[in-house]
Write a protein that binds this ligand. Sequence first.
Ligand SMILES: O=C(CO)[C@@H](O)[C@H](O)COP(=O)(O)O
Ligand SMILES: [Fe+2]
Length: 221
Amino acid sequence: MSSLSSGAMIAPSVLAADFANLQRDCEMLNVSQADWFHIDIMDGVFVPNISFGMPVLEAIQRHAQKPLDVHLMIVQPERYLETFKKLGAEVITVHYEACPHLHRTIQQIKDLGCKAGVALNPHTPVNVLEDIIQDIDMVLIMSVNPGFGGQKFIEHTYQKVQKTRQMCDMQGLNTLIEIDGGVNQKNAKKLIDAGANVLVAGNFVFSSENPIQTIQELKNI
Ligand SMILES: O=C(CO)[C@@H](O)[C@H](O)COP(=O)(O)O
Ligand SMILES: [Fe+2]
């Protein structure tokens, strides 16, 4: 897993790729400066949308040459952790709001040899992580309501990033902070300054004229 001394890791969200040209888009990400492939799994229950499931992930795995960062927007994610590991997940993120036994779920992810992330919806305060932060590798802060790509970035996110970074610093932790939703060139620098070190970008990358260059520009921030 790559990391940088400055700037942020970039995880383009495959949800915004052209599914009729998935191999082409995976190969584009392979040659780009992207660090991870961000994979959004939505079940139509936890979020009001269904994205894609195992067969599509299997196809992505065949072509992706970078770590798969799997964002599970599903209820009872513990049912499928092993399957996602088999399908190439290196980072598995579950939602705080979907896991009544979060500590156990995190242990299950780590026992599989994956990095464990916890995602927070926009309305969930970061202090709910106080007693789990030392056990996780990444906090994913949703900067839109989960379920759809292409939404408008929620400005309050900067404050949540700062608070999360402070919480990590106070406990001497180097936890990754990933921001997901509406990320673009305008908000990326402020997010990094606030303490983010992984930026997910879907539409900003895939709807741009030159996605490779767009990723490079985000990477240079
Ligand atoms: O998890 C989600 C949405 O629920 C995201 O990963 C989106 O797929 C990001 O897409 P953009 O907002 O960058 O278009
Ligand atoms: Fe996501």
